[in-house]
Design a protein around this ligand. Structure first.
Ligand SMILES: O=C(CO)[C@@H](O)[C@H](O)[C@H](O)[C@H](O)COP(=O)(O)O
Ligand SMILES: [Zn+2]
Length: 186
């Protein structure tokens, strides 16, 4: 496939994202309430979505563009000792749910990023998060996968291509950070 056709598919996907404004504003309102009430946001994903989870948690805790107080967030993808011990001793399928049991509180928001919506470790962790009482979001591709059936809210990106879905997730994530700057800065 040529770069121009890749770029065209990216643009086709992104052109549809303006329709997501109500969903992103609703998410931002929810995250604002969660943070103001002492909650935190837990992100998780595999592969590129692990990187995206860390990227967004860093922007919450450190900064995005503006000076504002820190916002509580954590990516469940970063501690290699936890990840390797759990995968080695138990199973990779429960590598996030174990951390969810340890860290999540009912007032928290959980965001699982999965392009297929079918990653077993995210499905298991969303189930555990719900049993704890957290509100759960799935960020997926167009199909939504199994995560769309079990999460409280699913944001389905308008693509079936992994890379384009990931690119759209990051636009949504940066849009959320921008909203948080507007609400918490100054
Ligand atoms: O970044 C990419 C592809 O762009 C890959 O590393 C990709 O994230 C991995 O194949 C993941 O395991 C896919 O998982 P998921 O998005 O289906 O949950
Ligand atoms: Zn990638």
């Amino acid at each position: 496939m040529s770069f121009l056709s890749t770029l065209q598919r990216h643009l086709d996907t992104f052109q549809q994202l303006s329709a997501y404004e109500p969903a992103v504003i609703a998410l931002a309102n929810h995250v604002e309430d969660c943070i103001r009430n002492g909650g935190k946001v837990l992100f998780m994903g595999n592969g590129g979505s692990a990187a995206d989870s860390q990227h967004l948690a860093a922007e919450f805790v450190v900064r995005y563009k503006m000076e504002r107080p820190t916002m509580a967030a954590i990516a469940l993808t970063t501690d290699t000792s936890i990840l390797t011990a759990h995968a080695n001793d138990y199973s990779f399928a429960t590598v996030f749910s174990r951390q969810m049991e340890a860290l999540a509180k009912p007032e928290d928001i959980v965001i699982g990023l999965s392009t297929s919506g079918n990653s077993a470790n995210i499905i298991d962790a969303i189930k555990v998060a719900k049993s704890i009482g957290c509100y759960t979001y799935a960020w997926t591709g167009a199909s939504g996968g199994e995560l769309a059936n079990i999460s409280d809210t699913t944001l389905r990106m308008p693509s079936t291509e992994t890379a384009r879905i990931q690119e759209a997730h990051m636009l949504i994530g940066h849009w959320l950070c921008e909203e948080m700057d507007n609400r918490f800065a100054g």
